[in-house]
Design a protein around this ligand. Structure first.
Ligand code: FHN
Length: 474
């Protein structure tokens, strides 16, 4: 146990023993009062205006970084010759708890530099960071008071990772968010046990685990002020709709304007991303490794996607998507009204994989010029555009359409069928070159240069006056 925690517990112990009756009574009264307060606040009953205000920064952001990091980075995906593992390694390689715990002694990420991580995210044009405070293996990346299975007490690395990252995020003005697994393969009270384990579950008490999880969430909110809590692992039978509602309200009671994903509750069918109709908690849907066919009008969602095939670091997985693919995926998701949460799995030494850095830089180069066509935009008003995708900023009497041209026309004419409005202005976002347009009964034709500015995606901006009018906008 860390010195700090020993002293803390000693002080608390003495405090209680000398004031055996008065203090517990006071605590009980305080809890009862705060319990009443919590029970009366129904955070899901907020108005549309209140929700819009709460979601505003997140909707504008459109692009964030997911970080999966923990003890599992040490084996880097390999166990007994099998190289297909990652953050699930304890389960997929059936590693007994005591053996997995031993990884802690090797966790010494001397290259961890929170500022560097934040720069990487910001330079790529990402507007928020979501890191695993605790993944399914139960290991915690901060100095938790309620467990010793954390980075300070269980590893030689005497630094609170979340504290450093939170300081760096504050310094560089980017919201920090936490992924927190409800499922926990380490805590003695969590149920169920993995089927292959022979850890006794006789003394386990799930309610005690939930109290532990809530105490941890309070630490996270009080100390690091996360902008989003991103739950996961809710699919196990032991987690219920009722607990989901309570957990949602609990986290909002800690920080009323926090945003919480839909995996806090049981509203999604199986492992699907979006929540079914009903009284389910959660502010946004979470399609995973998937770009939905279409957007979801009036529903917030975020696709989380890996750059290669794994979330956690796997040294053998070289199957990285290209920079071009990732840029187009960002555009595709934005054009459907969603956010893009792109994952990085740092190595055990605390550095980002070189392949990830390279792709983040490529995306950043494109975003430096074209970020305006992503941030604060909403879904395409067109059903389908043959040349590429569209993102938009639509007001009641004007609109800006960002045409993301993936297939540059060979005849210098870019057709936008069905667009009825008068075009006030047309230009290339990269460099601002003005473009001529021709409007006729079939729509608008933009006269474009022979070559695109960028083969991946050149953005043509159309500013239209009056209410946006589209024909056959299916
Ligand atoms: O099991 C996890 C997985 O390890 C990873 O964290 C992803 C990210 O969304 N979520 C879970 C599977 O749905």
């Amino acid at each position: 146990m860390g010195m700090k925690k020993r002293v803390f517990r000693k002080v608390i112990g003495e405090f209680f023993s000398t004031r055996k009756i008065v203090i517990p009574l006071l605590l009980f009264l305080m809890l009862a009062v705060s319990g009443c307060r919590q029970a009366t606040a129904d955070y899901r009953a907020e108005t549309k205006k209140q929700k819009d205000e709460r979601m505003q920064w997140w909707r504008r952001a459109r692009f964030g970084m997911f970080i999966h990091w923990g003890l599992y980075a040490i084996p880097a995906g390999e166990w007994n010759g099998n190289t297909s593992h990652a953050e699930w390694i304890r389960h997929t390689a059936k590693i007994p708890l005591e053996e997995y715990e031993k990884l802690g002694a090797q966790f010494n990420p001397v290259k961890f530099d929170a500022d560097k991580w934040v720069f990487c995210a910001k330079d790529a044009g990402m507007k928020y960071i979501v890191i695993t405070s605790k993944h399914h293996d139960g290991f915690c990346l901060w100095d938790s008071n309620v467990t010793e299975y954390d980075v300070i007490d269980h590893t030689p690395f005497d630094r609170d990772i979340l504290a450093e990252l939170s300081d760096a995020c504050k310094k560089h003005d980017i919201p920090l968010c936490f992924y927190h697994s409800i499922m926990d393969w380490h805590h003695p009270d969590y149920l169920p046990r993995r089927k292959w384990e022979n850890r006794s579950a006789e003394e386990a008490d799930l309610q005690r685990y939930i109290a532990y999880m809530k105490a941890q969430l309070k630490e996270l909110v009080d100390r690091y002020d996360p902008a989003v809590l991103w739950f996961d692992g809710e699919w196990e039978d032991t987690w219920t709709h009722e607990e989901g509602l309570k957990l949602y309200d609990y986290v909002r009671s800690l920080k009323p304007d926090i945003i919480i994903n839909n995996r806090v509750d049981k509203g999604r069918p199986g492992m699907k991303g979006m929540t079914l109709e009903g009284n389910f908690a959660g502010d946004f849907g979470t399609p995973e490794q998937e770009v939905p066919e279409t957007g979801f009008e009036g529903v917030d969602w975020e696709s989380c996607i890996t750059m290669n095939r794994h979330w956690g670091w796997n040294k053998n997985d070289k199957d990285f998507k290209s920079g071009e693919y990732l840029i187009r995926q960002l555009v595709e998701i934005t054009s459907k009204g969603g956010n893009y949460l792109l994952n990085v799995g740092p190595k055990a030494d605390g550095s980002f994989p070189q392949e990830s850095i390279k792709r983040l830089e490529q995306i950043g180069d494109w975003m430096d010029i074209n970020g305006e066509s992503i941030y604060g935009t909403t879904a395409s008003p067109f059903g389908h555009l043959a040349c590429g995708r569209c993102t938009a900023k639509i007001k009641s009497r004007s609109a800006v359409l960002y045409l993301h041209v993936f297939d540059w026309p060979t005849d210098g004419r870019l057709h936008i069928p069905g667009l009825r409005n008068k075009i006030k202005e047309a230009y290339l976002l990269d460099g601002g070159k003005k473009l001529e347009t021709i409007s006729n009964s079939r729509g608008v034709t933009v006269l474009v240069p022979d070559e695109p500015k960028n083969k991946i995606d050149t953005v043509v901006v159309l500013k239209v006056s009056g209410k946006l009018e589209l024909e056959n906008a299916d």
